[in-house]
Design a protein around this ligand. Structure first.
Ligand code: SF4
Ligand code: SF4
Ligand code: SF4
Length: 222
């Protein structure tokens, strides 16, 4: 029933968290400005709660706007792409970015992160005016795809870092082992038998401690 702009005006991080709070009786049904009066009536219908006026502290009901990037000013920092919850911005590092008007929900979440203030909210062309249930469903599908992609990327980054750590720990262990082994050898040649034995014990303890440290790094406690 919620419009899926993901604008956060309701005070939640998106439409789904707000919907869950409504279902859990943790939030009133009148906190969604994009849904407006019609949205409140729909929510009242499905929840059985009383219709209430839109909570003005969340914002005001207004016609849909869409974002537009002022091309001459864009520095290609990609901050806006990362902020857009529904993948409605095209661009790449150090390249001009552009809003895809058909996909823009008008949430305005891309404005604050832009370091040069080159994004503005404008009236959409007439063919894009309004926001239908189908628009909302499509926006939700894009949000879900984006979330899945970001989760995949975060997982693969964690795997890459873990592999890097393992390689570094293995290299460090090899280096320690080589250096300690070289020390043991040279101590064996230089010292007498008694001193040699004590030295070898000490070196063995050093090796064991180094191996234990390396193992701890390779298998950190969970
Ligand atoms: S569209 Fe409504 S429910 Fe969704 S995030 Fe915005 S205010 Fe909240
Ligand atoms: S382009 Fe900006 S205003 Fe449009 S959906 Fe993305 S973040 Fe929201
Ligand atoms: S945040 Fe602003 S400057 Fe950066 S890429 Fe987006 S529009 Fe361009």
């Amino acid at each position: 029933m919620l419009p899926q702009t993901q604008c956060t005006q309701c005070g939640f991080s998106g439409c789904k968290p707000y919907a869950e709070a409504i279902v859990d009786q943790q939030a009133p049904i009148n906190r969604c400005p994009p849904g407006g009066t019609v949205g409140i009536a729909l929510l009242a219908d499905v929840t059985g709660r009383a219709v209430a006026a839109l909570d003005a502290s969340c914002g005001v009901e207004a016609p849909r706007k869409i974002a537009r990037i002022v091309a001459d000013l864009c520095i290609g920092c990609t901050h806006c792409i990362r902020a857009c919850p529904v993948d409605a911005i095209a661009g790449g590092p150090k390249r001009l970015h552009a809003i895809i008007p058909e996909l823009c929900t008008g949430c305005a979440l891309c404005l604050p992160p832009c370091p040069v203030d080159c994004i503005e909210m404008i009236e959409p062309p007439r063919m894009l005016a309004g926001w239908t249930r189908e628009d909302g469903d499509a926006a939700r599908a894009r949000l879900n795809r984006r979330d899945a992609r970001l989760t995949r990327l975060a997982r693969s980054e964690r795997r890459r870092l873990a592999e890097h750590e393992t390689e570094a720990a293995t290299a460090e262990t090899s280096a320690i082992m080589s250096s300690v082994t070289a020390s043991v050898s040279s101590a064996g040649i230089a010292d007498g038998d008694m001193a040699n034995q004590a030295g070898a014990e000490r070196k063995r303890a050093m090796i064991e401690a180094a191996v234990a440290r390396a193992r701890a790094r390779l298998n950190p406690p969970t």
